[in-house]
Ligand binder design. Structure first.
Ligand SMILES: [Zn+2]
Length: 430
């Protein structure tokens, strides 16, 4: 079990550091390891017990009731217009249905964006400014309250508030690669280099980003359970070093997921999702395997990639200006080869999965998924089923189904990596 804790990818905490909250580098390991018992730690976080909106389309006030005062940062973002409030990790005990909009707020959501940090994201009906924001101490029988006053502005007036010097760095933490060692075991006390192929499993969404939801089930929870089961199955073989982009209910920005795979020079990246089809588009069922392409293979693939690529915006990140960190020509050459491998794995995966899992009528598709854009790591995104389909949802929550699906995936990964290692001539001795 200790190995799992050590292998857990440690995501940095630049975001909260930028927000001037305590977050020393040296505390990263312990912070990440302490995630293993979130329920224990949750008892100590400030409790948010109620949230309400008042006002109209000109002025809107947001109030959050707390059991103690907290520090926070509030900023406005454009494309789309949002207000983002970063607070220390809160224990949200808000009534079901909290998040409905009013006035300048279309809707709002809240949740964990990283260990130690929660966030509230407001979708706005149009440009607005934060006229005032403060925390009121508890007094006269009233609890402590976080108060945000929003005022309508025109487009021209909106821009300066984003560029103000108070703007925190709303950029995600860069994923730190865990050390390339195997943890000491009872038999071998000394550490040695772990040269096994790295498989990165990427459960989609998390924290403030629930993904699709249906019948009380959240995509983020379903895919985390699936990812953990796949990790356990692969680790049991002892052939791979398996790393999860997230192993708890934390939000991880899309680019950080890609960076985990790149920093570890992963042999394979598998992103796990569970889609839902908008009611107007009828019903769809079965698993679909996606690879990266510039042009979507069909309209549904394009819609899905757009939806998945919105994850960062949902969580309140602005990443439009994300720079590329490798020369374009190099990316182009490497990427062509990588795509060949990605497609090979996708076909292998379909071959294995179709014997145990109901597949979509067109099970192999491609589109411009941001999470598949590592130029040097073969990557696929698997929609394991439709949360919106009754039959699929029954599968998705069934342990028997999960076990069979995970078994097929593990077999495809085995077949793919056995061939790759043999071809590369650098296979680990096993
Ligand atoms: Zn998803």
């Amino acid at each position: 079990m200790a190995s799992r804790a050590k292998q857990r990818v440690l995501l940095g905490c630049a975001l909260l550091c930028a927000a001037a909250l305590p977050c020393a580098d040296s505390s990263r390991l312990s912070a990440a390891e302490s995630q293993a018992q979130p329920s224990v730690a949750a008892a100590n976080f400030p409790i948010a017990s109620a949230a309400r909106l008042a006002g109209d389309g000109k002025q809107t006030r947001f109030i959050l009731d707390l059991d103690q005062s907290v520090t926070f940062r509030a900023v406005t973002l454009a494309d789309p217009y949002r207000v983002v409030v970063d607070v220390p990790q809160l224990n949200f005990q808000l009534p079901a249905g909290t998040g409905t909009g009013r006035g300048l707020v279309k809707a709002f959501r809240y949740g964990l964006v990283m260990p130690g940090g929660s966030r509230i994201v407001f979708d706005l009906t149009g440009p607005a400014k934060i006229a005032s924001s403060h925390v009121l101490e508890a007094a006269n029988g009233q609890p402590a309250r976080l108060v945000l006053e929003l005022e309508e502005v025109d487009r021209a007036a909106f821009a300066p508030s984003v560029a103000s010097e108070n703007r925190p760095e709303l950029r995600p933490a860069i994923a730190a690669a865990p050390p390339a060692t195997v943890p000491a075991t009872a038999d071998a006390a000394q550490q040695k280099v772990d040269d096994r192929p790295v498989v990165v499993i990427d459960p989609g969404h998390g924290g403030i980003d629930n993904g699709t939801q249906s019948s009380g089930e959240s995509e983020k929870n379903l895919v985390l359970a699936f990812g953990r089961a796949l990790r356990d199955r692969l680790e049991k073989t002892g052939k791979y070093r398996v790393v999860m982009t997230r192993d708890d209910d934390t939000f991880i920005p899309l680019n950080d997921r890609v960076k985990v795979a790149r920093n570890l020079k992963a042999a394979l990246f598998v992103s796990i999702h569970a889609d839902a089809l908008p009611r107007a588009e009828g019903d769809a069922q079965g698993a679909t395997i996606y690879t990266l392409s510039d042009k979507a293979s069909d309209a549904e693939a394009e819609r899905l990639a757009d939806a998945e690529n919105r994850a960062d915006a949902i969580a309140g990140f602005n990443l439009a200006e994300e720079p590329t960190d490798v020369a374009d020509i190099l990316i182009d050459l490497t990427q062509r080869e990588t795509r060949t491998f990605s497609n090979r794995f996708a076909r292998l995966l379909m071959g294995e999965m179709k014997s145990t899992v109901r597949m979509h009528k067109h099970p192999l598709k491609s589109a411009g998924f941001r999470v598949l854009k590592a130029p040097d790591v073969p990557s696929v995104l698997v929609e394991i089923g439709y949360v919106s389909n009754k039959g699929d949802l029954e599968h998705l929550v069934s342990e028997g189904w999960r076990s069979r699906a995970v078994g097929s995936m593990a077999q495809a990964i085995d077949a793919f990596l056995a061939k790759r290692m043999a071809t590369a001539g650098a296979g680990p001795a096993n």
